[in-house]
Design a binder for this molecule. Structure first.
Ligand code: AMP
Length: 409
């Protein structure tokens, strides 16, 4: 199937070809026709599946077909959990609407509201927002939601994780009941299902990947190692593997800072990104990482959520998340839109139970290995040592360097 078969306008096809896409991704193939038919959508899609274009392209087409009203009221609202994701969605909207007369804007908290308010006064067709700042400006009567025709909830599961349920309900109560609703979520908890059934009308269900499974292209591997040796092992993997663009996840903000400092001391350019950093810092750091000036980005789950880093070859879980679904989100950073990637988890003895939780969720065993010189000195709890891969010799096919590092036990 090509983009031509999806019923998109010439202006959009031109923008898609300018961006260099040949083929719509599965979520785009499935979602775009339904959205153009003005159906509500319940979509299961992680970051990396092309979901943003999946809702943006048909939304632009619908808005462009309609008439611009006087004063240009907001006609489409996209809610996202984080500022970074909001900024990226706006970037995509701008890219795809380059040949259209559509005005879009992003608003989020943590920065001065005045430039956002001034831009709103000039009239906006599509508003991308985080829930807090949106309600804040609405409460100050600085924006109106009474002409919304399309509502998108992007990464709805993460919005609920971050405690935005009340805000979302409030926002829904402020917009006209006759509208089209598009809900995108990587996972489907009971809470998401409840939210979906409360406001979607006869939704078409579309799935990019089966529920709670990881992208097939991601090569996953667990290295057992003592907690205290993890920083040194991270340095070894990155430098000996000559990895050039690596996203490392830590569980805490302090942990992210500490590891990033350690990497820098070892001669590896690195920066930490987490909720305590200013918006400016986060934007600059992400830009530096995308351009290749920063080799390693150390992030907490919330900060990394929704980052659009194409062709990211390496993800390291410096610590495992205690929520197995977060593992799925994390490794969704790699192997995106057709590229292959590698996700490595450094697992200390106290984290073995998390591996089991992840394996249960994925319904698959993760291959596990030990690296020579980093053999754990503590016996893992809850896992028999003979669960580990003791085979020697043959090496697994690798997507990156460092193939000579491993020794299986
Ligand atoms: P998303 O899941 O929306 O975060 O998109 C993941 C990445 O895939 C982004 O870098 C997009 O630019 C890219 N992408 C989206 N659609 C396509 C497509 N049809 N072909 C190739 N890449 C795409």
């Amino acid at each position: 199937m090509s983009f031509n078969d999806l019923g998109l306008s010439d202006a959009l096809l031109k923008a898609i070809s300018k961006k260099g896409y040949d083929t719509p991704t599965p979520i785009q193939q499935k979602a775009i026709p339904f959205i153009l038919e003005r159906r509500d959508i319940l979509a299961s899609a992680q970051t990396g599946t092309g979901k943003t274009a999946g809702f943006t392209l048909p939304m632009l087409q619908i808005l462009n077909q309609g008439k611009h009203l006087r004063n240009r009221p907001i006609r489409a609202l996209v809610l996202t959990p984080t500022r970074e994701l909001a900024a990226q969605v706006l970037e995509d909207i701008k890219t795809y609407s380059v040949f259209m007369d559509i005005k879009s804007l992003v608003i989020f908290g943590g920065v001065n509201q005045n430039p956002q308010v001034n831009a709103l006064r000039n009239g906006i067709d599509i508003l991308v927002a985080t829930p807090g700042r949106l309600l804040d400006l609405h409460n100050q009567r600085l924006l109106s939601l009474s002409n919304i025709e399309i509502l998108v909830l992007d990464e709805a599961d993460r919005m609920l994780d971050m405690g935005f349920l009340r805000d979302i309900r409030k926002i829904i109560s402020l917009i006209p009941s006759k509208r089209q609703n598009l809900l995108f979520s990587a996972t489907f908890s009971q809470d998401i299902k409840k939210l979906a059934s409360s406001f979607l009308h006869n939704p078409a269900t579309v799935e990019a990947t089966p529920e709670n499974t990881t992208a097939e292209k991601v090569d996953q591997l667990v290295y057992h190692v003592d907690k205290s040796r993890k920083p040194a092992l991270t340095v070894k993997l990155i430098s000996e593997g000559n990895w050039q663009q690596v996203l490392v996840f830590t569980r805490t903000k302090h942990g992210a800072n500490r590891l990033s400092e350690k990497l820098v001391k070892s001669g590896i350019s690195s920066a930490a990104i987490h909720g305590n950093k200013s918006q400016n810092h986060r934007t600059k750091t992400l830009d530096g990482f995308k351009k290749g000036d920063i080799r390693v980005l150390v992030a907490t789950d919330i900060a990394a959520r929704g980052l659009d880093i194409p062709l990211l070859p390496h993800v390291i879980n410096f610590e495992l998340p205690n929520v197995p679904e977060d593992y799925v989100h994390r490794i969704g950073r790699t192997g995106r839109a057709g590229a292959s990637g590698e996700a490595i988890s450094l697992v200390s003895e106290d984290e073995v139970a998390y591996v089991r939780g992840i394996e249960r969720l994925l319904n698959q065993r993760l291959p596990n290995e030990v690296i020579e010189g980093f053999e754990p000195t503590e016996q893992p709890q809850g896992a028999k040592p003979d669960n580990r891969n003791k085979r020697s010799g043959k090496s697994r096919p690798r997507s990156g360097g460092g193939g000579n590092l491993r020794r299986r036990r």
